[in-house]
Ligand binder design. Sequence first.
Ligand code: TA6
Length: 303
Amino acid sequence: MGTKETIAEMNAQFGIAGAARVVEGKGGLPKVEVTGAAAAGEMYLLGGEVTSWVPRGREETLFVSAASKWEDGKAIRGGVPVCFPWFGNKADDPKAPAHGFVRAKAWRLESVERKGDTVAVSMSTASDDGTKRLWPAEFRLVHRATFGAELTMELEMRNTGSAPLRFEEALHTYFRVEDITKVRVRGLDGIRYIDKTDGFKEKTQLGDVVIGKETDNVYLGTAHAVEIEDPAMRRRIRVSKENSLATVVWNPWFEKAKAMSDMGDDEWRQFVCVETCNVAKHAVTLEPGAQHRMKAVVSVEES
Ligand code: TA6
């Protein structure tokens, strides 16, 4: 799509009766609203971001802050922000936007496909003069989300330039929970991690991850699936992954949450971020013309 197409034009091109519509979302921003047989969901063109996934017969799985900004150029607080081409602060430029620049950009809607009882939505973004000022690289990034009994998110990065590229990437997923103090994250026992709340010290995880204070752990060298046990909601969320060697577990706790203008003071209790990523020593190097695809698969069951 060359010019800024209207929502009606995108709906005419990509809408599927009874399964998917392109509509005006919060802040008048365009989103794809999915009403498939196996799941409902939504994905905003802002950041190519999934903000809702509701498997049939279940409750919302993702958290979005009631205080989120809904403006082009500003990241959505919640859902699944796509962090790229760096994670956290840019090492050589503290003024650069945290977590890279693609989560605050309008992406292009590439396709909406119904396959059986699932609906797959693909959005893309690519290098331009603006991105090159922040990161002198040529790239194309496609985020393909499949809304079904599972939520599958694939981040496909292609180096379209003539020089090798090194980048970090994360699907920074905010999972909705009833009460963070009762949550346990399983599957990281014995894994080394960087504790960003304790001087970036390297530590070893002992048993399940429980959250009783600000938690900001970058688990390294792990391709494992993790499970989020949410006893208060009587549900277990499982996150498995492909081509990802790091997992981040984050909750700001009340102090940090209070300092965030796009987070309600008590909302810290209602989510845990479990992020599928390649960051720090697991940053990806891509030769010219090469492609890398990181995948996260989310499922929910009664517990
Ligand atoms: O993934 C955890 C983290 O890196 C935390 O350090 C915190 O900064 C969080 O991301 C949210 O970052 P944001 O830029 O979205 O406020």
